[in-house]
Ligand binder design. Structure first.
Ligand SMILES: *Cc1c(COP(=O)(O)O)cnc(C)c1O
Length: 414
């Protein structure tokens, strides 16, 4: 018998022009690859984690002590946030696309009683959870939240800040205010908005828990940390009820970041084996965000998204999204129904755009960490060529001229 040993895995470079992951900054990869081999209790690793925690508070705009990174992806941070939801808890979840749909499933799994879970283990329907469905392509408004919370008076309410599935921005102000009015603890999936939009979580008093991810606005793909932040109210509630996880218990997970008994302490204590490479990468990603500043990044995203939106509209596409890191569009009438074919042909050439993951089928083009005129022009050119290859009449020169004018205005304004 011989073993099968495959050749070393080579992964080509692609242009990550989708909803996420974003393009990792070379500085992040450089820190990742140049960290020394060190254990998770080595002093510089622990210091790095404390510095990350402090920088993260600035990025998120919070004085919440319980602010730290959860090892893993966006869902890991969300799992930590939702871990305080206990069987039988009343929850209202607002669903307007793929990701808030999965948030709703997570909540249903956690709020289900043992019997409810056994009845439908992978898709439980607990009586205590109300899912409010808002159609694809529409935003969750403050009125929708107010109506649902005043009717159901739940313990928790959950919403995605930006629903990446349909590219829609939901009304976080309205959500927070409605939570406040009804004494509900709000839980927010800020996976797509953190590091893209300029907002401070402390301005939203009705929200008790926030969870984001490494790979979108924070641009730290090498499996690192999903940012989370919890108010004292959330932590007090959790310390009364407990939760059924060791590793994803927010109170226990925070210890390694030097947060013990609600206080910052000088160094963390063991919770799990953190990687020095991951800590170094996350640290650099946070430094990049703060050096550029959250406010400037937000302006840059808005400016470049407008350029992309204008260009695809000139190609005859209809944009239905309102996020600034992502354009979700319908193809012109002549190409309707051929969205998957178009996306697949782009992806086969290393141009990583995406379809929607739940109906209706639309095309999603993102600009995460692609905030330069050259990067936007490349996206526009490659997309225009793909449409031309499918027989659409696209005047690429006219479109390039429009883009140039858009970028010149900015230079003139400076
Ligand atoms: C991307 C995304 C997630 C999932 O994040 P992963 O990093 O894939 O785990 C969850 N919610 C929203 C709103 C997202 O955009």
């Amino acid at each position: 018998m011989t073993n099968t040993i495959f050749a070393p895995l080579e992964i080509p470079h692609t242009l990550a022009a989708g909803p996420g992951p974003g393009n990792t900054d070379p500085r992040v990869l450089e820190r990742f690859a140049s960290a020394g081999t060190a254990d998770h209790m080595q002093p510089d690793v622990l210091r790095g984690m404390i510095e990350c925690k402090k920088m993260l508070r600035d990025v998120m705009g919070t004085s919440n002590i319980y602010t730290f990174g959860v090892a893993g992806t966006g869902w890991s941070g969300l799992d930590v946030m939702f871990s305080a939801v206990m069987p039988g808890d009343t929850v209202v979840v607002f669903n307007n696309g793929t990701f808030s749909g999965i948030d709703g499933l997570t909540v249903r799994m956690k709020a289900a009683t043992a019997d409810e879970l056994r009845a439908n283990p992978l898709d439980p329907k607990p009586a205590s959870v109300t899912i409010i469905d808002v159609p694809h392509g529409q935003s969750v408004t403050g009125e929708i939240v107010e109506a649902a919370l005043s009717e159901h008076k739940p313990k928790w309410a959950a919403m995605a800040h930006w629903e990446t599935g349909s590219g829609r921005v939901n009304d976080i102000r309205g959500f927070s205010e409605a939570c406040d009015r009804h004494g509900v603890m709000g839980l927010v999936d800020a996976v797509s908005s953190l590091g893209v939009e300029d907002f401070r979580i402390d301005d939203f008093a009705g929200v008790a828990g926030w969870a984001s991810c490494p790979q979108k606005g924070i641009c730290c793909l090498p499996l690192t940390y999903a940012p989370v932040s919890f108010t004292d109210r959330y932590i007090t509630e959790l310390s009364k009820t407990g939760c059924r996880t060791f590793v994803h218990n927010p109170i226990l997970e925070a210890r390694h970041w030097g947060i013990v008994d609600g206080q910052d302490v000088e160094k963390g204590t063991y919770h799990r084996t953190h990687s020095p490479y991951a800590v170094a990468a996350f640290h650099e990603a946070l430094r990049i965000t703060l050096q550029h500043s959250v406010a400037q990044r937000a302006r840059d995203y808005a400016f470049h998204e407008a350029a992309l939106r204008e260009a695809v509209t000139a190609m005859g596409c209809t944009v239905t999204s309102n996020m600034t890191s992502l354009v979700v569009l319908n193809l012109p009438e002549s190409l309707a129904g051929r969205e998957m074919e178009l996306v697949q042909s782009c992806r086969a050439k290393g141009f990583g755009i995406w379809p929607t993951l739940s109906a209706p089928v639309q095309v999603r083009i993102g600009i995460l960490n692609l905030l330069t005129p050259d990067a936007i022009s490349e996206i526009v050119t490659r997309f225009a060529k793909a449409m031309q290859d499918m027989g659409a009449a696209v005047d690429l020169i006219a479109i390039q001229n429009r883009l140039d004018r858009h970028f010149e205005t900015a230079i003139a304004a400076e």
